[in-house]
Design a protein. Structure first.
Length: 124
């Protein structure tokens, strides 16, 4: 077969399942971008540890995070900055420290997304 006669992968229809429901429309770009940013913020074991700690304490904590997680203060500060930028946590200044707490409403888009796709995953 010559180069001109080669079959383009673009022309081959994707494999389908007989009787399968049509796929849902993808989320709009701003929603998808926000969801990806949230997933990225959660994408480190130390950040999951921080969120877990804040959830368990159900109070505002500061330097205790460094002691509980067991990483350097500068490393924890960077993880806190990322979580705060994503809106997952809030930080209030209570001199001489910053007091952090969990913002569970920030996780709602992720919860909705997982609820939407989990039935598809469970069926396979």
């Amino acid at each position: 077969m010559s180069k001109n006669q080669a079959v383009s992968k673009k022309n081959i229809p994707p494999p389908g399942r007989a009787g399968a429901a049509p796929p849902e429309s993808p989320p709009d770009m701003p929603e998808a971008t926000a969801l990806a940013a949230l997933a990225k913020a959660l994408g480190h074991p130390a950040r999951i540890g921080i969120i877990t700690l804040l959830h368990q304490r159900q109070s505002c904590i500061g330097y205790d995070i460094v002691e509980e997680i067991g990483l350097a203060q500068s490393t924890i500060s960077e993880h806190l900055r990322i979580l705060k930028a994503a809106g997952v946590i809030t930080g209030e200044i209570e001199r001489p420290r910053v007091c952090y707490s969990l913002n569970p409403q920030a996780l709602t888009p992720l919860r909705h997304f997982l609820d939407k796709v989990s039935p598809v995953v469970d069926k396979e």
